[in-house]
Structure formats: structure tokens, C-alpha cells
Design a protein around this ligand. Structure first.
Ligand code: NI
Length: 187
């Protein structure tokens, strides 16, 4: 193992790895150790998803845990598709194979962009194909926050951030904060 997993940290914009297209990976002990560390970092930061480029690794892997909304009465949940998951999940080499439903706006944040949220339009329903940590090929369908989270994390694997996708209004709102982050990185 060459990666010192306890040393992995959440990387902040505008570090280069966040803007790069990540490479497919094969599962091994190192990947499992990194995924475990990423879940720890995600939970520590109270995030619902974290992609490998966010810990400095240009790998096609992300972890996600979108817990059920405590304010939502399960009897009121009319969606037939999952909108949350009960435990942290790891997805390797994930691909969205189908987008469906209308484009829906939602105010998104990102652990690599502290202090920034912006409205991003995304399709409401997605089907995702990936490999799990045991090497099984899985196909999952989701909607709501879960579908949004998967799309956000897969964007990270392509070097795409919410800054690239947010509405013009949100871009304006965050302009000074983004400049501030770019400036502090140059110091
Ligand atoms: Ni993010």
C-alpha cells in the first residue's frame, strides 16, 4: 500500500485534481482502505457524498450516504424509487446509464467549496451502473436527493464542480467567495 490513508484530507477548490477527469480503478486492499477513510471524512464533515478527487485521488470512486429526511413522514413519501439510503455506500467506476424525469432545481453545496451553495438543475431520476467493494456489478435507480447526490459525485469524477453548473444568479451570488478561495490558494 502506497497511500497513507489516515493522512487523506478533503481538498478544497481550486486544486487541480478537482478539475481533472479521474481514471477507472480495480478493487484491491488499498481501494478498500481509501473508501473506508473517505466515509470517515464524509461523516466527519457531515456531508452526504464524497468523491475520490476530493481527497486528492484521480480515481473513479465515490462514497455516499443520504439518510432519510427526518421531517418526511414515510407515509407521505409518494416516490416509488429510493430517495435515501440506510448506510454509507461505495461506488466504483460508476456510470449513469439513464436520465429521466424533469430537470429540477436545488440548492447544492460541496465539501470542497465551503461557504458556497448554488442552484443546480438536474434530471429527477437516474439509473446508475457501478461496481461495489465486493466486485459485484450493480444497477440502481433513484430519485430525489439520492439521485442528485449520485449526479453531483459523478460530476466530480469528470472534473466538474457545481461552480460549472449553477445558475447565473447563483454564480453572481458566489463570485466574491470564489475569488477569495482562488486568492488564498495562490498564497
Ligand atoms: Ni462536491
Amino acid at each position: 500500500m502506497t497511500i497513507n490513508t489516515p493522512k487523506l484530507r478533503i481538498e478544497l477548490y481550486p486544486t487541480q485534481v478537482l478539475k481533472s477527469k479521474a481514471k477507472p480503478i480495480e478493487i484491491n486492499e488499498e481501494v478498500r482502505a481509501v473508501a473506508a477513510r473517505m466515509i470517515e471524512l464524509m461523516q466527519g464533515a457531515e456531508g452526504i457524498g464524497l468523491a475520490a478527487p476530493q481527497v486528492g485521488l484521480s480515481w473513479r470512486l465515490f462514497v455516499a450516504h443520504v439518510p432519510p429526511d427526518p421531517d418526511l413522514d414515510p407515509e407521505d413519501d409518494v416516490s416509488e424509487l429510493p430517495v435515501s439510503c440506510d448506510s454509507p455506500q461505495v461506488f466504483i467506476n460508476p456510470v449513469i446509464t439513464k436520465f429521466a424525469g424533469d430537470l429540477e432545481p436545488y440548492d447544492e453545496g460541496c465539501l470542497s467549496l465551503p461557504g458556497i451553495t448554488g442552484e443546480v438543475n438536474r434530471p429527477a431520476i437516474v439509473t446508475m451502473k457501478a461496481t461495489d467493494l465486493e466486485g459485484n456489478e450493480i444497477t440502481l435507480k433513484a430519485t430525489g436527493l439520492l439521485a442528485r447526490c449520485w449526479q453531483h459525485e459523478i460530476d466530480h469524477l469528470d472534473g466538474v464542480l457545481i461552480l460549472d453548473k449553477m445558475t447565473q444568479m447563483s454564480r453572481l451570488k458566489n463570485r466574491s467567495r470564489v475569488k477569495q478561495m482562488e486568492k488564498s490558494a495562490r498564497r
